[in-house]
Each structure stands twice: as structure tokens, then as C-alpha cells.
Design a protein around this ligand. Structure first.
Ligand code: ACO
Length: 380
């Protein structure tokens, strides 16, 4: 029998959703009806989390209540810190954070309760505690003291504070908010799909989010931002960019990280905003090297892809690399920072998935042998 196979599930719609819409031909991303270009500049991360979860922007009192609830959950269990301390210091940060998130389940007596109120409680807890887990692992491996969360600070400000040990400026907090908003949600991307597919067996939220973390780590997905910075560091000058791109593209299957997207055939709107942010940071800090190298890489890629007739443009991971660099984050922490934002989108998907669940169970076309007869090991 002939079956149509959709490699990489390309073009497959597996459910309906009201969370986000991506227009890949016009370069538009919408969260619950609102254009990302407005949200990224004017909203806070907390407002966007509320919007993603409850389908409308919060009124003042609703936002205050929501924010206060998140802040009351900032602190992570001591047992999770102990787990992080036990890990070798050179553990890949995504292995460490994924382990920390998974360990949270052991300290939650209601981890397996799938009542919607409880799922929302866990969602708020995870959004509140991802930043603390990322910051704690970073400071442990650097041999620094862990900074307790500050409940007077927003998620963006508190994350910068716990990470660097200094209260951030308003400008840095605004950039962090913008980055978190832009990375919060993106439809049925690989990790959100994995999250929903895992939950579809009616396993618990922690398990689904742990699986999503595992997916995000890959360099074709969230791991690309770390790979972009690694490339920029290796190249180390604007003059070296062209050679690097040509050499990479000349290798079989060679890909320049931070470029290309399954859905966008034009520039990713998140990259447009992050490019501006990166430019501003470069001007303010006087350290324009990373921005200039990125612009050069975009120029060379445009030229090379034009020659091949391909639409391979920068994606969200490309300019976020120079932005995070100028905020002072080390390259291998970029994907965990992506996760600090994306947990909000994963939870929005889990609310939809658990509310209207059907086990995800696709098929494979079998092409192997048939009719073989078993022989005892002594006869093989
Ligand atoms: N550099 C060079 N060529 C590329 C790139 C790239 N970054 N991306 C795609 N191409 C080429 C492929 O070689 C392929 O060429 P071919 O048709 O001649 O074989 C063509 O474009 C289509 O590529 P596919 O892999 O089929 O596209 P797909 O939709 O499966 O992949 C992906 C999308 C995985 C994002 C891809 O563009 C890629 O590997 N990019 C680099 C990694 C990256 O930046 N990932 C982050 C994505 S955004 C996110 O997840 C947050």
C-alpha cells in the first residue's frame, strides 16, 4: 500500500490551537491576536505569560495578583539545589537544568494530579522557578554563592539579579523582558510538540516539560543560539566572517547556525526586533564587534543563498546570540535562557492539551524484512 510520508512532520496539522499564529510568508507572529512587534516593546514578560495562558491581557488588579502569586513561588527547594551541586561542573547546562526541572517533581506532593487547577499551579511554579534553577546552576559551576530570589523584582530583573549578583539597570531589565517575550511561544515548534505529545499519554507536567527541555537542547532548535555564539567566537573578527560562511556552506550538509526556519520563508519577525536591540546595545556599550560580525554574516548568507535561489534568513537564535553576549551571559547559557522564556509557551500548550487530550500515536511505514524464522543462538 502507498502511504504519503511527511518527513519531519512537515506541513502536518495535529490539532487546533488558539495560542499563537505564524505567517511564514509575511513574517508575522501573533500571540492570542496581538502582534509580537507591539508586545515585545510595550509589554512585560508577566503580562505576556498571562496573555498566553488566559487569552486576554490582564487588567491592573489581575496583573498585580498574578505577579504576586508568581513572586511568592520564586524560591526553589533546597533539595533541587543539592542535586545541582552534585553534578560535575562541566555538565552541559541544558543537561543540568533539565535534571533540575525533573527533580522538582520529587519535591511536589501533587506532581501527578492532572486536575486543571493543579496544572495551573505547577505552571506558575515552573515559570517562577526556571530562572532560579538556571542562575543557581551557573553560580554553582562558577564557584559563586547562590543568590536568593528577590520578590520585589520582576521575572526579568530577578533573573539578571540572581545570575549576576547585582541589581540590574532598567535598560537591561527592559532588554531581558523583550528577549523573554520574543522567545515565549512559537506554535507547534519541536519542543512544544514534544511537550504536547509527551503529555498526551496523560503523564504529568514535569515529565512533559523535561521532555520539552530535551528537545530544545538540539542545535537545530533552541541549541542554535549557543552554536551561533560559538561560531562568532571562533571567527572573532568581521574580516573572518565571509571565509567561515563559504567554508561551512562548502561542506556536505553544511549549515550556518541561526539561519533558516521550517515556517518562515522571509525574515523571522523576532530576528528583526532582536537585530535592533543588538544594534542599540552595541551603540550604548561601545562594544559593536558581535553586532557587526552578525550583520556581516547576514550579508554573506543573503548573497550565497540568493545564488542558490534559497530563502534562508536569520531566525530568532541569530541576533539573540549577540544580545545575550552584550548582556554578559556566557554562550553555553543561551539555550537555558531560551527555556526560561519558553516554559510559558509550553505551559499554554499543556493547558490546551490536557483540556482536550487524545493520545498521539502516529504510524511508520514498515520497510523491514518479514517471515524470518527464529534460530537458537547456538545455530546462528
Ligand atoms: N545554512 C545553510 N543551508 C541551510 C540552512 C542553514 N542554516 N538551513 C536550511 N538550509 C538549506 C538546507 O541545506 C536545504 O537545502 P537542500 O534543499 O539543497 O538540501 C534547504 O535549505 C532546506 O532545509 P531543510 O533542512 O529541509 O529545512 P527544514 O525546514 O527541515 O529545517 C532548520 C529548518 C532545521 C531550522 C534549518 O534551517 C537549520 O538547520 N537551520 C540551522 C539551525 C538553526 O538555526 N535552528 C534554529 C531554528 S529556530 C528555533 O528553533 C528556535
Amino acid at each position: 500500500m502507498d502511504f504519503e510520508i511527511f518527513y519531519g512532520l512537515n506541513g502536518v496539522h495535529f490539532d487546533k490551537s488558539k495560542i499563537a499564529s505564524i505567517d511564514g510568508l509575511n513574517g508575522e507572529l501573533i500571540y492570542r491576536g496581538y502582534d509580537i512587534r507591539e508586545l515585545a516593546i510595550d509589554a512585560t514578560f508577566e503580562e505576556v505569560v498571562y496573555l498566553l495562558w488566559y487569552a486576554e491581557l490582564p487588567k491592573k488588579a489581575e496583573l498585580e495578583k498574578f505577579t504576586a502569586d508568581l513572586r511568592s513561588r520564586y524560591k526553589i527547594p533546597e533539595g533541587v539545589i543539592k542535586v545541582l551541586r552534585e553534578l560535575p561542573k562541566d555538565t552541559h547546562p541544558m543537561h543540568a537544568i533539565r535534571t533540575g526541572i525533573s527533580a522538582l517533581a520529587s519535591f511536589d506532593k501533587q506532581a501527578d494530579d492532572l486536575e486543571m487547577d493543579n496544572i495551573h499551579r505547577i505552571g506558575s511554579k515552573l515559570v517562577a522557578q526556571f530562572p532560579a534553577i538556571v542562575a543557581a546552576f551557573y553560580r554553582i559551576r562558577e564557584g559563586k554563592e547562590i543568590i536568593e530570589p528577590d520578590e520585589t523584582l520582576s521575572i526579568a530583573a530577578n533573573f539578571l539579579y540572581m545570575f549576576n549578583g547585582e541589581k540590574p539597570s532598567q535598560a537591561a531589565t527592559h532588554v531581558m523582558d523583550t528577549a523573554l517575550i520574543l522567545h515565549a511561544e512559537h506554535g507547534s515548534n519541536a519542543s512544544a510538540f514534544v511537550c504536547r505529545a509527551t503529555a498526551s499519554s496523560l503523564t504529568d507536567v514535569y515529565s512533559a516539560v523535561t521532555a520539552a527541555m530535551a528537545s530544545l537542547k538540539g542545535k537545530l532548535h533552541g541549541g542554535a543560539n549557543t552554536a551561533v555564539m560559538k561560531a562568532l567566537e571562533e571567527i572573532s573578527s568581521v574580516a573572518g566572517v565571509e571565509d567561515y560562511v563559504l567554508k561551512t556552506l562548502s561542506m556536505p550538509g553544511g549549515r550556518v547556525m541561526g539561519f533558516g526556519h521550517r515556517v518562515y520563508k522571509v525574515l523571522d519577525p523576532r530576528a528583526v526586533i532582536l537585530k535592533k536591540v543588538s544594534h542599540n546595545l552595541a551603540e550604548e556599550s561601545g562594544d559593536s564587534k558581535w553586532f557587526e560580525m552578525s550583520v556581516e554574516m547576514e550579508r554573506v548568507m543573503d548573497l550565497e543563498m540568493d545564488k542558490k535561489g534559497k530563502q534562508i534568513k536569520p531566525n530568532v537564535d541569530f541576533y539573540s546570540a549577540s544580545v545575550y553576549r552584550m548582556l554578559g551571559f556566557p554562550g553555553d547559557m543561551y539555550t537555558p535562557i531560551f527555556a526560561v522564556a519558553r516554559i510559558s509557551g509550553w505551559m499554554a500548550h499543556l493547558y490546551e492539551q490536557y483540556a482536550n487530550n487524545r493520545l498521539m500515536r502516529p504510524r511508520l511505514v514498515y520497510e523491514g524484512q518479514r517471515g524470518l524464522k527464529f534460530k537458537a543462538v547456538s545455530e546462528r
